[in-house]
Design a protein around this ligand. Sequence first.
Ligand SMILES: *Cc1c(COP(=O)(O)O)cnc(C)c1O
Length: 451
Amino acid sequence: MRELQDAARRGAAYAAAIGERRVAPSAEAVAGLRELEQPLPEAGLSAAEVLEELDRLGSPATVAATGPRYFGFVTGGVLPAALAADWLLASWGQNAALEVMSPVAVKLDDLALRWVAEALHLPAAGGAFVTGATMASFTGLAAAREHLLEQQGWQASSQGLFGAPPIDVVVGEEVHVSMCKALSLLGLGKDRVIPVATDGHGRMRADAFPKLGRPAIVCLQAGNVNTGAFDPAAEIIPRAKEAGAWVHVDGAFGLWAAASPRQAHLMEGFELADSWTTDAHKWLNAGYDCGIALLRDAAPLRRALDSPAAYLHEGELREPMHYTPESSRRARGIPVWAALRSLGRQGLAELVDRCCRHAVLFAERLRTAGFEVLNDVVLNQVMVAFGPPEVTRRVIAGVQQEGTCWAGGTQWQGRAAMRISVSSWATTTEDVHRSADAIVRVARQMLDGKS
Ligand SMILES: *Cc1c(COP(=O)(O)O)cnc(C)c1O
């Protein structure tokens, strides 16, 4: 199949050149997408022509998010082993819903889940691969809802929520929006939560933690999306458990701190929770899309998602579709398995440590240049202000426009800031210096009024 060789050649060329292209696409490249705007064609093209058109118009209008100088949001790159495994997986075209549909997909789904739990030192007996952290939290909270209401003699999955006993939901004031989305989808309501005050780092204040009634879900954060800070789990979780609460942890990127002996102290106490959310497409660098829900006990999840049907034969193994909101889905466990198989424990710890060191280096470079770093750089996140809000916002836009690197903006406790998230396996120390040079250059030009 020549098309596949052609695709491999184009993909490899793209990956090889990623370090030297602009990180944000040029305005011309984005404008070029207009050429794709056509009515649904009457007659089709050959596969080769389709691919040529996609590469010619599409590739230049991508963001170089897998390159070494992308520091936006919390975006991982993609490890060569994960990317290559994903290519092979795409050619297999497997459905990971049931063992009978793909023995290898289910085998590696299972194994990868176990490896993730082991790498993160979490006592998880089960879980699920889903699209991202949002759905992972949805999944963990669905199990929480089922379990807590069962204890009250109510089955949420069959009886619904109308007339059910109420569940209190406790979150930090700095809760990630994805948790709110998951709560609203589950009928728990994003605005009926009990918010707990946070400190200057975005950590839940243990002294402000409320006395819990039952039943309750407590949502903690391991890794604030702006500061990288961790809620004081060792103080809060024992209190929550004593009150019979279910504790869920959003650790979309922060859970990976546990994989490094140097950073693992940040995760102290989080192993006491009932369910955990993380992403493989962030710090593990397994590529999009891949979120992971981990559960101490998978039985409530199974009951929450129970969907028996006569034709859905059950195999010997754990059937993934009974633990995920989806039925048909791609075999996300496979790129995760490939990433962990290629890194090993050591490689994973080194990846986490390297990103943390690079974050510290960014902070030093920008501080030395006279700019204000707003957070304690405890992990891989750096926030920097360049002066008043409008100046900071102009610097961010200027850096994105300049193209050496890409960092986004945020608002932190009333201040505008640039967010630098170092999450890619591909970033080298030289990339950090090159990016810091570009940021400082753009900022000085703005401050000197030359731009
Ligand atoms: C990125 C992130 C999420 C959402 O993750 P998705 O994979 O985009 O759904 C949730 N929580 C935190 C802390 C994050 O950093």
